[in-house]
Design a protein around this ligand. Structure first.
Ligand code: MG
Length: 372
């Protein structure tokens, strides 16, 4: 039987690659719905090719060839076996919760969902017996390594280190948008590429891992591994370490997440050769140069609304950087300032999370006006 899938964010980097995977596995999947943002042209192309029943976009009247729908409707449609949440930012949170409430499995590529509301989302998923399969390559690697989570003592998350790994603080201070978007290993969307340059992406991933695998922050370690061959690892209580390796390609974790627990050839990466790779390097992150990592650990440990504040301030600051309004280092300075001023709310409700998110975004944008 074909697995029925919907993709939220079908025109984004993950969504496009997911459709490339599905194209190789047409006998395994039936697409129920595709949802995009403003790229209606590409969405219409995807509709012509993949023939989903439903489609959703910002300019819904320009969408042709499928019945119009909304994110909420897609996630309430129990025809779906699995929904790939590949939208970026906070828009992923509500639809994910709706899908979980409807007992639909989630392939999760949207880390904000767990950073903002992991304490709500994960217990709900457990109660509804819904699988949340991570698409994020590190978490996907850990998911592949774990047999019994109760025997795991530590998660080891690898970080490529981004384009500024061995550059000086001075280089980073003067970095242009173009230099920042030039990631040495991974081809991703703009927001996540900037986050990879500041290591905020790794910070968000630490919080994501804490929620996904219910692991204390003290037991989550980040190690810089420039080749991006070891995608992450776990250490068992007896000291045995299991790592997942592969050539860097997002197709593989996407395919793993949407086909789990099956495995197919699909988009197979080039066969792995240890001798061709020859060496793998690992180093401690530079905590002083990449302050974002420390900020994320601290925010995660404080919990409550603090990660919400961190995420909202970071996202707005990244947008401002991409628009040339602020410099690269201003991003993390801004995040730090916003957290410092924030009055944390513990155990926030979903409504409170969205309120705080909105409030921080407004305050963050106002802070840029003062900078001028
Ligand atoms: Mg990742």
């Amino acid at each position: 039987m074909k697995r029925k899938i919907s993709i939220l964010g079908s025109t984004g980097s993950i969504g496009r690659q997911a459709l490339e995977v599905i194209e190789k596995l047409t006998d395994k999947f039936e697409i129920i719905a595709l949802a995009a943002g403003s790229n209606t042209d590409l969405l219409n192309e995807q509709i012509r090719k993949f023939r989903p029943k439903y489609a959703c976009a910002n300019n819904i009247n320009e969408v042709e060839g499928a019945r119009h729908t909304s994110l909420e409707e897609i996630c309430s449609n129990k025809e779906n076996d699995i929904i790939l949440v590949a939208v970026s930012g906070r828009v992923g949170l509500k639809p994910t919760i709706t899908a979980i409430n409807n007992g639909i499995d989630i392939a999760l590529a949207n880390k904000e969902t767990l950073v903002m509301a992991g304490d709500i989302v994960m217990p709900l998923a457990r109660a509804k017996k819904v699988n949340i399969i991570p698409v994020d390559s590190e978490h996907c690697a850990i998911h592949q390594c774990i047999k019994d989570i109760s025997q795991v003592d530590k998660l080891i998350i690898t970080a490529s280190g981004g384009p500024f790994l061995h550059k000086t603080v001075e280089d980073m201070k003067n970095a242009t948008v173009e230099e920042t978007l030039h990631h040495p290993r991974w081809n991703m969307g703009k927001k996540i590429t900037v986050d990879s340059a500041t290591l905020m992406n790794k910070g968000l991933e630490v919080i994501e891992a804490h929620h996904l695998f219910n692991m204390d922050y003290d037991k989550i370690q980040v190690v810089v591994h420039p080749q991006s061959i070891v995608h992450s690892a776990i250490e068992y209580v007896d000291g045995s370490v299991i790592a997942q390796l592969g050539l860097p390609s997002m197709h593989i974790p996407i395919q793993y997440a949407i086909t789990y627990p099956e495995r197919y050839e699909g988009i197979k990466s080039k066969s792995f050769s240890f001798s061709e790779i020859a060496r793998l390097d690992f180093e401690e992150p530079d905590w002083d140069k990449f302050k974002a990592l420390k900020i994320a650990y601290n925010s995660g440990r404080l919990g409550g609304s603090v990660p919400v504040c961190m995420n909202a301030a970071n996202e707005e600051a990244v947008f401002a950087f991409l628009q040339g309004k602020i410099k690269l280092f201003d991003i993390i300075d801004t995040v730090e300032k916003m957290i410092y001023k924030h009055n944390p709310v513990f155990n926030p409700s979903l409504e409170e999370i969205f309120e705080i998110d909105n409030e921080i975004r407004i305050k963050t944008k106002e802070s840029f006006l003062q900078l001028r």
